[in-house]
Design a protein around this ligand. Structure first.
Ligand code: ZN
Ligand code: ZN
Ligand code: ZN
Length: 186
């Protein structure tokens, strides 16, 4: 599980075995759902797999750890099944995966990304911090409980009722920085 539980894999682009990430995520999901008595139906499993596969090959994103829009998931499901996938069933599958903490919703991109450590969150749905590359779209989940605790403490002091605790940080990932440097030197 080396690449899977390592946030740096998110920014490794083509230099890591992303197939191993996908297989690891699906195996973990099956194990977690079985332990919780939650039904990972074939459609839910397929939607999770497509979220994990990330951006389609040939797209701008060199990495595969890029959040995927629901619209693209629908298009890819339809291509694979050779008949249109019904949007409500796909959204219900996404809701299930969110509730189980197997995926996260990135609000700023209106997209979904696989959770890097669902086993670390027996509570299911959870917040986290995401570093998102504005160039290639790759997103890394860095869950620091101290950040959560600091936000929760200030919210409590202010009498603020927290509904969602996901923090989205925008920037440029290491491979994109190197590419920009090369382009600059030319
Ligand atoms: Zn990967
Ligand atoms: Zn997570
Ligand atoms: Zn990037």
């Amino acid at each position: 599980m080396s690449a899977f539980d390592n946030a740096s894999a998110s920014f490794a682009g083509a230099r890591h075995d992303h197939g191993a990430c996908v297989r690891g995520a699906l195996a973990t999901a099956a194990r977690l759902c079985a332990a919780r008595g939650a039904r990972l139906t074939p459609l839910r499993r397929r939607v999770l797999e497509l979220v994990w596969r990330g951006h389609a090959p040939g797209s701008h994103a060199p990495g595969n750890h890029a959040p995927v829009r629901a619209y693209d998931l629908l298009a890819r499901l339809t291509a694979r099944e050779q008949r249109p996938a019904a949007p409500p069933t796909v959204y219900r599958a996404l809701e299930f995966l969110l509730a189980q903490g197997l995926i996260h919703r990135i609000e700023s991109l209106n997209a979904y990304v696989g959770c890097m450590n669902p086993e670390g969150h027996p509570e299911g749905a959870h917040g986290g911090q995401f570093l998102i590359c504005s160039d290639c779209g790759a997103a890394a989940e860095v869950h620091d409980p101290r950040v959560d605790a600091a936000v929760a403490r200030r919210a409590e002091e202010l009498g603020f009722a927290v509904r969602r605790k996901t923090i989205e940080v925008e920037g440029v990932c290491p491979p994109c920085q190197r590419r920009q440097e090369r382009d600059h030197d030319r």
